[in-house]
Design a protein around this ligand. Sequence first.
Ligand code: URA
Length: 213
Amino acid sequence: MSQSKVCLTVVAHPLVQHKLSLMRDRATSTAEFRRLLREISLLLAYEATRELPLEDSEIETPLESGAFPLLAGKKLCLVSILRAGNGILDGMLDLLPSARVGHIGIYRDPRTLQAIEYYLKLPEDLAERDVVLCDPMLATGNSAVAAISRLKELAARSIKFVCLVAAPEGVDKVSSIFPDVPIVAAALDRCLDEAGYIRPGLGDAGDRLFGTK
Ligand code: URA
């Protein structure tokens, strides 16, 4: 990986690592893959939100009153890069039920691997929201860069990128273009192959999630 400033957190928690290994297994069924992705996404959301600010609020317990920390009204927006990003939303929403949700449709041209946007639906008040951008696989980085560019154009207050598996090439690309966007991943794998798949990876995340192959 390049020496340019890389803001990557790999979540080493044993539960995350165990679940990811099961997801890598080609024998894991679609239903199991979906369930594991939901569970792991909740754990990744825990990491991605670790810096949310708190403020004290007066609360009465059954025994006395006191000042206790509550989230400081931070507005979050989860944005899924379609279609595989949708698999991350459910687990994240289990933990962050009030978050708004946006969708960006981007597909990879199989010949050039370039990112092409075909759909966009985001909350109108994006400038007042911190975005957690979700895509299970950070491969070439082209989709992530296209999505982050669009979110920045629309003045998102901050952006964090959450994925399951990252390739060094994708991390380098995102970090060199957007050094201000932290990346949270469950694993940093070895490399990309000539077809743009992450090795060892887990295959096509969308196909495994939706059972389309
Ligand atoms: N997208 C996937 O779903 N898998 C990869 O390995 C790379 C990109």
